[in-house]
Design a binder for this molecule. Sequence first.
Ligand SMILES: [Zn+2]
Length: 485
Amino acid sequence: MTIKDLKPARVWNVFDQITQVPRPSKKEGKIREWLINFAKENKLEYKVDEIGNVAMFRPAAPGFENAKGIILQAHMDMVCEKNKDSKHNFDTDPIETIIDGEWVRANGTTLGADDGMGVAIALAVLTDPAIIAGPLEGFFTVDEETGLTGASNVGEGMLKGDYLLNLDSEDDGIITMSCAGGMDTLATFEYKPLDAPKDLIYFNLKLTGMNGGHSGTDINTERACATRQVARMLYDLRVIDYELATIDAGNLRNAIAREGEATIGIKPCDKENLSAAFNEFAAMVKEEYKISEPNFKAIITSVDAPAKIINKADAERIVNTLYVAPHGVQSISLEVEGLVETSTNLSSIKMHEEGIIEIVTSQRSAVGSRKMDTAHRVETIFKMGGGKVRHTDGYQGWAPNKNSKILKTAIRIWKGLYGVEPKVEAIHAGLECGLFLKVNPNLDMISYGPTLRNVHSPSECCHIPAVQKAWDFTLGIIEDVKNEK
Ligand SMILES: [Zn+2]
């Protein structure tokens, strides 16, 4: 038995073909060519825009020319992760799929059901002769995973419909109706490097074992954030006369920092005091975060003298600025229960070149003005501390629309099919949907998809029964919309 034998056969057949085509993010040439051939073979009108997105159009069936147009949207790229022992070459090799009980996974690599399954459902709809409907469009974006560049640069003549079904969500029974917009705020602080005094003794202070997590969806979990704790540690240690030599924390802009460290020099007579102050700090953090960070560790190690230290006044200025910089949830939604509306993440502190400390932060909000407000506050604090600041362009959010017609239809269809209310969610993370509003501010959208687990990792798997449910749900929506008055 192969995945081609699974049901619905039309969807799994297309998915099987997609797994044969390499499609790493930013290298979508082969999958785009495959999509174009698919459109030609199935006599679908198609369009490719400058960035490389592909749209396919299926005209309305006779009698349904005036029905609302539906766009089935998915991204054509995939995250390429494999196990250490896998010889897989993502640029050339097909994904090897394995049926494992109720799940399909790959052999030591990501499966690419994120979002190949979305592409497969859309293409299966476009080519199913049993579907009699109004105008349908398949819209397939490039590079969702590493920059949303396809969705940010939608060309003319794409996205013609009134409703958009984004097929990039991962939980059966959940319909997403809102996502956050985001932007980054980056600062550089100059300092004067000085030769490290030889009469001091030096210590590395390391904070580690924290959970980290996604800077959007995990921001309300009270995790410790290593960048923030390193700044706080250096602030608290001001009771001791120390020289700061190095500071380093965090890594990815979209992750909560898991570890961080600093190197400081002290007079030999202060050794006991440092050890007491450091242990006191560590015990305090451990107690405060005993529930969210049970594995938090603080380690102090004696190290050789570094070549340089940071001039004291500069070090104090930078530490104080980091200490007061905002981090975490800034506002919660009163429209959608439990939704973080606005947040900021103190992502990383790095010393890539001598004389400069780089800080990366990242802001998110479902409300554009609040995202800007938070970014401006971060900017102002960094400027007050003498930093030079710039923002990235960022991407737009998708605010909740409780009057959405397609959402109401979707809820009714789901209930009719499965006898239960679907969960309607807003997420504090980015989706391509927000960016489509730039092209058509009136686009009425929802996002859903069959259950996927462990996406972006070699354990990625797709729940087989959920594919049938997502398929029937999609057909139900299409059928309903064509008769909409
Ligand atoms: Zn995806």
